[in-house]
Ligand binder design. Sequence first.
Ligand SMILES: [Mg+2]
Length: 451
Amino acid sequence: MAGGLVSVARRFTDLGVRVISSRLVSGGARAVGLAARSAVGSKGVRASVPIFLSRKEDVCLGERRGAYSQKRFQSTAREAPDFAFAFDIDGVLLHESRPIPGASDVLRFLEEQHVPFILLTNGGGKREEDRVSDLSEKLGVPLTTDNFVQSHTPFRQLVDGPDGLRDKTVLVTGSDYGKCRDIAKSYGFNNIITPSDILAAQPNIFPFRHIPSLHPNPQPLPRLPYTGDTSTALSSSLKVDAMFVFDDPRDWAVDTQIIMDLLLSRSGYIGTYSALNNDSSLPNCGWQQDSQPTLYFSNGDMLWAAHYHLPRFGQGAFQAALAGVWRRYTGGHELRRTVIGKPERETYAFAERVLNAYRHERLREIGGHGANGLMAVYMVGDNPDSDIAGANGFRSETGTEWLSILVRTGVWSDKRQGMGMLEGVKKPTTIVKDVREAVEWACGRHGVEWK
Ligand SMILES: [Mg+2]
């Protein structure tokens, strides 16, 4: 495999993100203690109440609870809670943009009890600070970007480091090219282009009438695309170093053409065609062997619940379509790409680092003891395929146990899908009515009384 693809992909795996491609994944993910960073945003208002106190009367509640209780009673009274929550948003805290009853109450309760939590969603398409501001208003609870992870948040890890992309040229796409550009800029990427920019500079790249409303504000490219004119030095032409799908693309046709062009290019120079493609003497028959830009997807969700009465296609459908075009074009070869988001383990590893950093910061603010590690994280979700499967399949490198709580307020119901689908990795630790019951159940296992 050529150096560029190897180095970028390996760097992402080093940062804790698994590469989906079967060949790339063989390198293994090596999570490192990367300090979680958050976008600039206003801190939520902190409740000034006494630090969490353990209750002695909750000692004898089963084997696992007994283990939690034993640790608790070895601790000092002012030691921090050793458990935390990760909440999905849609179907858990919100339903069609309206708060689910009890959602605001449980977040306030956890704040008061200094039990840390994060919001962990496969949603995206907005800057973290904008989404958090919107959520704070809808839920009536001050929230902060420090404990918020949406599907593309882990992309910020790729900005810095030995092979950082900060000053490289990255192509971004999604539901709104301008918003994708803004998000990427907020992460620290300095040279961002979109398919709109390429289309405006080289209209012949897509020889059909495109939809102008999807391309409202193209920006000048840093360099012009290669046109095939051999008198032009290739090194002075536009070169793309990585491609990011931030959320659900709208112009599949234009995006597919331009992403395919780059996957087939010589070293990411759009307008070129690699001489290594379809060379049977090379690994993978030469496909994606010429330092083409790595392709990243922020989540793999095929379907999502919208206002329509049947599920709608999401980013995963675009990914499947693109992979299908690639397979057809290459005679059956798999498209090598990196996918993050729930249920991918790397998103849970990233979420745990964010949670630990948030917990550490909260403890520092309130003067609590933080020597004890995080013993348990409760993932509260409505989707067995993503929330539950991801939590059940994740093995923390720090020994934190992840448990899964399935609520009945979202996409899953025993009437629609039945209990039969809750098998293997999709089987939750417990099923409850709603988020309030989830928090009550989990807190009770740690001797914290809901009221
Ligand atoms: Mg959900």
